[in-house]
Design a binder for this molecule. Structure first.
Ligand code: NAD
Length: 349
């Protein structure tokens, strides 16, 4: 069987360090991937005069899979955020952010295991806004919600629940006030839910959800919501498990983004930034990117390798000797990665 080819973006700042650690850990876990290294971010401007070179877009257009370390958007020069451009170019409409507490990662909570599926292309982020008067004393931003955009992300959430043995999908909205736009999202959810009788479905107003996530996070399993609420709630969920530093993410699209391209596209990334303050010191924590790599392995149906990688990460995080300094540990990036690999259960023959 041919192994999937993945476009690999090392990124800026701590990116190359955590990418090297992650590639090593994937190989040790038995992940069978072929890497196609491509450039993006501030470093790509220095090397190619472009934060998103055409060769990078062409690579992802071909491989339909990317693993991406954090990128710095160069200031000045009028560059658009590469992250936003990639999301739009490949129509990556579902942002998937699992939040699971892990021993060794300081958090106020234990036992959290939920997933937020955020619609990534519509809502207030459609970028339609203007000043109403010439003196700029009032401005208007327009939220676009379509049945098409709602249906595909809600279907994705149900399919995700089914594939990962999850029991419930909660749709989060504000349809009591935004009766048309949010009402459309809710109505679409109720229709889609009828096609998945094996998955429990409920809905909740966003303000109540914010409170319930803090008081009783265990009542949630998969949450599906629109772009703005998803943006806020996914960081709230990361806060429940100890912050953005250990949070993974997947961005999923159906593609093709241009005629003649194959269907489907998925990009996996750590949620934290480039950590310029510690770049090059060999002390960065690669957990966020490694957990994103586990999502990638799940996505390409290499579930045993994903499970081994997660088990290694969990074991290395559990001891102060092997977790990194940002989590109060004593290890550097290499020592943490060694511990991840040492702790992996043996591969099945
Ligand atoms: P940041 O996440 O880079 O850093 C915040 C703090 O967390 C810093 O003290 C940093 O040292 C620490 N930190 C972050 N990740 C860490 C890790 N893996 N191991 C150990 N410590 C870690 O956020 P910022 O300082 O606001 O942003 C820095 C740059 O990153 C900016 O240029 C920003 O645009 C970019 N950024 C990129 C992405 C992305 O590509 N997805 C996301 C967020 C920020």
């Amino acid at each position: 069987m041919t192994h999937p080819t993945v476009s690999l973006i090392e990124g800026d700042g701590i990116g190359p360090e955590i990418t090297a650690a992650t590639v090593r850990a994937i190989a040790a876990a038995g992940g069978e991937l072929v890497w196609e290294r491509v450039d993006a971010g501030a470093g790509a401007v220095a090397r190619h005069g472009d934060p998103l070179p055409a060769a990078t877009l062409a690579s992802i257009a071909r491989t339909r899979l990317a693993l991406k370390a954090p990128l710095a958007t160069p200031t000045g020069g009028g560059y658009r955020s590469v992250n936003v451009t990639l999301r739009q170019h490949f129509d990556l409409y579902a942002n998937v952010r699992p939040a699971r507490t892990m021993a060794g990662v300081p958090s106020r909570y234990t036992g959290i295991d939920l997933v937020i599926v955020r619609e990534n292309t519509e809502d207030l982020y459609a970028g339609i806004e203007h000043y109403i008067d010439p003196r700029r004393t009032a401005a208007e931003s327009i939220a676009i919600i379509t049945r098409f955009g709602s249906e595909r992300v809600i279907v994705y959430a149900f399919e995700y629940a089914r594939r990962h043995g999850r029991r419930k999908v909660t749709l989060v909205h504000k349809a009591n006030i935004l009766k048309m736009s949010n009402g459309l999202f809710l109505d679409t959810g109720r229709e889609v839910a009828k096609r998945y009788p094996d998955i429990e479905f409920d809905d909740m107003i966003v303000d109540a959800t914010a409170m319930k996530l803090v008081i009783a996070p265990e009542r949630f399993d998969v949450i599906v919501t629109m772009n703005l609420f998803g943006d806020i709630l996914s960081d709230l969920a990361a806060g429940l498990i100890g912050g953005l530093g250990v949070a993974p993410a997947a961005n999923i699209g159906d593609g093709p983004s241009a005629p003649g391209e194959p269907a489907g596209c998925a990009m996996f990334e750590a949620v934290h930034g480039t950590a310029p303050d510690i770049a090059g010191k060999g002390i960065a924590n690669p957990t966020g990117l490694m957990l994103s790599a586990a999502l990638l392995l799940d996505h390409v149906e290499q579930r045993d390798a994903a499970a081994r990688l997660r088990a290694g990460i969990a074991a290395a995080l559990a001891s102060q000797d092997t977790r990194t300094g940002d989590l109060g540990g004593r290890a550097n990036t290499e020592q943490f990665s060694d511990a991840v690999i040492r702790a992996m259960p043996a591969a099945r023959p």
